[in-house]
Design a protein around this ligand. Structure first.
Ligand SMILES: [Cu+2]
Length: 182
């Protein structure tokens, strides 16, 4: 019987289509499915928001931009101690990596940013990260040029204030900020 009903409804649908009733039939279907979707959406959104909540506590996504004006768009970034951080650096300018390269370098406490900048300037072969940086650097991205984006993932250090800089020669004077861990 079900099959017959199905066939009948299919025929009905077909005849509606033939009569130019396609729109009506579609609307009916969509209104029904919208109802179903709404319910689904509610459930999904609840699920995903709780998922996001979990993600937020596990993975903190931070974004910072560098420009052709040799500037970061943020002077301060915040994170919780021990949280997993996915930091994205966007170069929103157009200049090349050779002329206006930017990176994001998070330094350990007690590192003089100007002195580090000088050391970095001599490390052109290593993306302007001193080969002997060791523990002086907590995390850093690669050097990028205009229009490029790069991401680095790291664990937030213990509570405190840290410096972040761009280590391209001469940039540290303007491209610096505080990374605050709470
Ligand atoms: Cu820079």
């Amino acid at each position: 019987m079900k099959i017959i009903k199905l066939t009948m409804s299919m025929l009905l649908a077909l005849s509606l289509v033939a009569c130019g009733g396609e729109e009506k039939e579609e609307k009916k279907e969509s209104s029904v499915s919208i109802g179903g979707q709404t319910e689904q959406r509610e459930t999904t959104s609840t699920e995903s928001s709780s998922e996001n909540g979990d993600e937020d506590s596990d993975l903190l996504k931070l974004t910072i931009e560098g420009s052709d004006q040799m500037k970061f768009n943020k002077k301060e970034l915040k994170a919780k101690a021990g949280s997993e951080i996915e930091l994205t650096l966007k170069h929103v300018g157009e200049m090349s990596k050779q002329a206006m390269g930017h990176n994001f370098v998070l330094l350990s406490q007690g590192i003089d940013i100007m002195a580090f900048g000088e050391r970095a300037a001599g490390a052109a072969d290593n993306d302007y990260i001193p080969e002997d940086a060791g523990d002086d650097v907590i995390a850093h991205t690669e050097m990028i040029g205009g229009g490029e984006t790069t991401t680095v993932t790291f664990t937030a250090p213990e509570k405190g204030e840290y410096d972040f800089i761009c280590s391209f020669p001469g940039h540290v004077a303007l491209m610096k900020g505080k990374f605050i861990v709470e």
